[in-house]
Design a protein around this ligand. Structure first.
Ligand SMILES: Nc1ncnc2c1ncn2[C@@H]1O[C@H](COP(=O)(O)OP(=O)(O)OP(=O)(O)O)[C@@H](O)[C@H]1O
Ligand SMILES: [Mg+2]
Length: 397
């Protein structure tokens, strides 16, 4: 089953052996009498994922099935089992930003071996689903970013790194409103990481320059990926159309060889897409190319995210520094509400908005958040040439 056709997101690895049908696997899972399958979750890239009822525990769980290759996967299974055991022996705070792994086992279904990772089911939407709809606002992005870093820090304290913090792997819980790192299929022990296979298909967009260049992962890999997550939560999701990532230089090389995009095999096309992504990760233009920053984005947040996504791992802040710096940022939660209008609720006990009166003339307005009164011009505020200038003025008040 080739899952990285040109209509889908690019993935580092496109290969996957032929599977029995989903219908057969569902039936085989149910035949164990351990699970009732409630729903297949289709958002995933490669694995088979289900919402299921665990009969013995009488609870809803998230099941992820991944092909298992004996000899190759033992180390990865060890890391995931270690997390399952840690979860068993510690009282899991409901405020934790890490999903609880309930079990990780090898199962034979329809004559095929699978790793079955069972985690608690997080009711909510993934960050991926949310940012596809638009930005969450920079202050919400900061709060979520701090909590994701708290989850990352829990992992780092166990001697593990995540390696695949991408929007589809972080859920926003409807119950607590908090982010939960929901897919721990990529964790690896620091130092031994090259040996550990990942059961989450690393999306090229979130691959760091050091991973592209040397297959290297470290604590700083996680910081880079959280920087990307915060950017997307603040500004909206990155473009996931493969063609968007082709680089003009690579296309030029292709044309010089007398070839056109249409002549390429899928794997050649994926390689070209990945090359374009890797180039932009290396020169730090990836985020802006994937989604232009909102005009109202704070310069202090932009600076911090630039450091977190620095091409060289040693130029990135540590997890605790990134968390402290994020925590120190109190910023208006600007959201675009209609063409030429940005609104930030609850900023210094007011709701504030920036309105384009006409081309290159922006006005700042406010209303007391507690009342329903309509917006009025913020008295004493000048007119601004663009929304960014107006946002900087508001931030300074
Ligand atoms: N613990 C969970 N509880 C509820 N929903 C989850 C949980 N973990 C993941 N999900 C949802 O299921 C979807 C599929 O997850 P899955 O890990 O299979 O795919 P993916 O992250 O897109 O790809 P992959 O991990 O294979 O790279 C996610 O996008 C998310 O919406
Ligand atoms: Mg995942």
């Amino acid at each position: 089953m080739v899952l990285c056709s040109r209509r889908r997101r690019a993935s580092v690895s496109c290969e996957r052996s032929v599977l029995p049908s989903v219908h057969d696997i569902r039936a085989a899972l149910e035949a164990t009498e351990r699970f009732r399958i409630e729903e297949q979750i289709h958002e995933g890239m490669q694995a088979l994922s289900f919402r299921a009822h665990n009969v013995a525990q009488n609870r809803t769980v998230f099941l992820k099935l991944i092909d298992y290759t004996p000899g190759n996967d033992e180390q990865s299974l060890r890391e995931v089992r270690m997390l399952a055991e840690t979860a068993e022996t510690t009282t899991h705070a409901s405020s934790s930003n890490l999903v609880r792994i309930l079990d990780a086992e090898i199962m034979t279904l329809c004559g095929k071996l699978f790793v079955c990772i069972q985690t608690e089911f997080v009711v909510g939407s993934s960050v991926y689903a949310k940012v596809r709809l638009g930005p969450l606002g920079q202050q919400r992005a900061i709060l979520n970013g701090c909590r994701i870093l708290a989850g990352v820090s829990e992992l780092h304290q166990l001697g593990l790194i995540h390696r695949d913090l991408k929007p589809a792997n972080v859920m926003l819980s409807d119950v607590t409103g908090h982010p939960v790192i929901a897919d721990l299929g990529s964790v690896a022990t620091v130092g031994a990481q090259v040996l550990v296979r990942s059961w989450s298909k690393h999306s090229p967009l979130y691959t760091t320059p050091e991973t592209w260049d040397h297959g290297e992962f470290s604590h700083a890999t996680d910081v880079y990926q959280v920087g990307m997550l915060v950017y997307e939560m603040a500004n909206g999701g990155l473009d996931i159309d493969d063609r968007h990532w082709l680089h003009v230089r690579d296309l030029g090389d292709l044309h010089r060889l007398g070839k056109r995009e249409a002549d390429l095999e899928d794997w050649e096309f994926s390689r070209l897409v990945n090359k374009g992504i890797a180039r932009r990760a290396a020169d730090q233009t990836l985020l802006a190319h994937g989604c232009a920053p909102m005009a109202t984005m704070s310069a202090s947040l932009a600076r911090l995210l630039k450091r977190m996504t620095a091409p060289r791992p040693d130029q990135r802040p540590s997890v605790s520094e990134a968390r402290n710096k994020l925590q120190g940022l109190a910023l208006p939660n600007w959201l675009p509400v209609e063409e030429g209008v940005f609104e930030a609720q609850n900023w210094i006990q007011c709701d504030v908005r920036i309105v384009a009166l006409r081309a290159s003339v922006f006005q700042v307005e406010k209303r007391h958040a507690s009342s329903e009164r309509s917006f009025r011009k913020w008295s004493g505020s000048p007119h601004f040439a663009d929304a960014g200038e107006a946002a900087r003025w508001v931030e300074g008040q």
